[in-house]
Design a protein. Structure first.
Length: 428
């Protein structure tokens, strides 16, 4: 499970964007563009990070002579038009109107890199952009009927399929199909799992969670999202996959909070197995209090504990301190109530299909004790530890800083032996 700052408390930097605000402005609405001695090397697509402390955010800029657009992949924002763009030799200045919120981007081209700043709501962050390289799409896009519309999902199909299918569910917070969370960097852990399984002949379906990326439009209001909606989405995917004669076995793989979602789904669907990766083995309120105790003042910690106790019995919290709004804001409380009612140990004890529990010893968010708790609740489960694996399924050897740095490094390979362990379990 990601730290709570990344899971239920993320305030999107570009949250002023919505599904209706991505249309390019009309000619009358656009400010007259200016071009002055522009270096042609500036033109084209650029990709990089807004360097927000502890939560870099990936952006893509498309720079044209008199116009351009911004994309934020993890938020599902694509080609949102600039209000204005001005060039002066190697410098570029951009303004963007995000539903009344003014964004300014300024940068200078130096040695094939644009370095500059991103400013919004009085806050300024560094940006570094490099020439954009299109990532090849290796999957087939699916449109799966779910409550409220269609879920866009990615089917990673092997060249020589063996008939097994793994449905992959991401962890907590606004996490996409590749395992990348808004504000928490790109590590591509789930993308790597899907592509690696395909090399072994095993197909997979992964997807952006509701309200994220491709599936942003499936959540109109935050208060409509509950834990049980995620479980229902898995059921819809299972039902869809069962109609595809390419698959004769369906396995459920959940990472972090997704492990609990898949544990519940495994009880409600006809599937072959459950693969729990870095799944918590304690009630969520215990984990949250453990995380919060490291950062909150004593009075806020007491308030948090009381709020969690109230939410756990299904009652909303009417008054919340400003410092705790990101965690206990009214619109997120329905999700919290629906989540806190589940005890991972109780749920895994009710799973009757084969289970494997995979846990890294370098995980600083989910512990070996969590894995032990899950195994103790279901002795029939197989458990396997990886000495160097952390929470984003990468091998690390150094200190906490190196561990966290891996969350932002999509070039690091998956933990050695992880795919082999999953493959052997599926094929046994």
């Amino acid at each position: 499970m990601r730290k709570i700052a990344y899971s239920l408390a993320v305030v999107l930097l570009l949250s002023a964007c919505n599904s209706e605000s991505t249309d390019k402005p009309t000619a009358e609405e656009q400010t007259k563009q200016e071009v002055a001695h522009m270096e042609e090397a500036l033109l084209g697509k650029w990709q990089g990070m807004i360097e927000i402390p502890q939560s870099p955010l990936e952006i893509i800029l498309n720079l044209e002579e008199s116009s351009g657009s911004i994309s934020v992949p993890v938020q599902g924002i694509s080609d949102y038009a600039f209000e204005s763009i001005k060039y002066n030799d190697s410098d570029v200045a951009i303004t963007i109107n995000l539903a009344g919120s003014l964004v300014k981007i300024a940068g200078t081209l130096k040695n094939e890199t644009i370095e500059g700043t991103f400013t919004q709501n009085g806050q300024t962050y560094p940006i570094t952009l490099k020439s954009y390289t299109e990532t090849p799409v290796t999957y087939e896009e699916l449109l799966i009927p779910v409550a409220g519309g269609e879920l866009i999902a990615a089917l990673e199909m092997p060249d020589k399929a063996t008939g097994e299918l793994v449905i992959i569910h991401a962890g907590s917070g606004p996490t996409n199909k590749d395992g990348n969370t808004i504000g928490a960097g790109s590590n591509n852990s789930l993308k790597m799992i899907a592509e690696s399984l395909a090399e072994k002949g095993i197909a997979s379906i992964r997807f952006d969670k509701r309200g994220v990326g491709d599936n942003t439009a499936l959540i109109k209001k935050e208060e409509d999202l509950t834990f049980d909606v995620y479980v229902e989405d898995v059921k819809s995917i299972v039902d869809y996959a069962k109609k595809d004669d390419r698959f004769n076995e369906i396995h459920l793989l959940g990472h972090s909070e997704g492990a609990l979602i898949m544990t519940i789904a495994a009880q409600q669907n006809d599937v072959a197995s459950l693969i729990s990766v870095a799944g918590i083995g304690r009630p969520a309120d215990e984990v949250l209090m453990e995380q919060l105790s490291a950062s909150l003042t004593p009075n806020l910690l007491v308030e948090s504990e009381k709020a969690l106790q109230q939410l756990k019995v299904g009652k909303k919290v009417e008054t919340v301190s400003a410092q705790l709004q990101s965690l206990f804001r009214p619109s997120v409380q329905p999700y919290m109530i629906s989540w806190l009612k589940y005890d991972p140990q109780h749920e895994i004890s009710n799973v009757t299909v084969p289970i494997i529990i995979l846990q890294g010893k370098k995980d600083i968010q989910v512990t070996e004790k969590d894995a032990e708790n899950l195994h103790a609740a279901n002795n029939d489960a197989t458990i396997h530890y990886f000495d160097k694996m952390n929470h984003v399924l990468k091998d690390v050897e150094g200190d906490r800083d190196q561990n966290l740095a891996s969350y932002y490094n999509p070039d690091l390979p998956l933990t050695n032996g992880l795919i082999d362990e999953i493959t052997e379990f599926i094929k046994q």
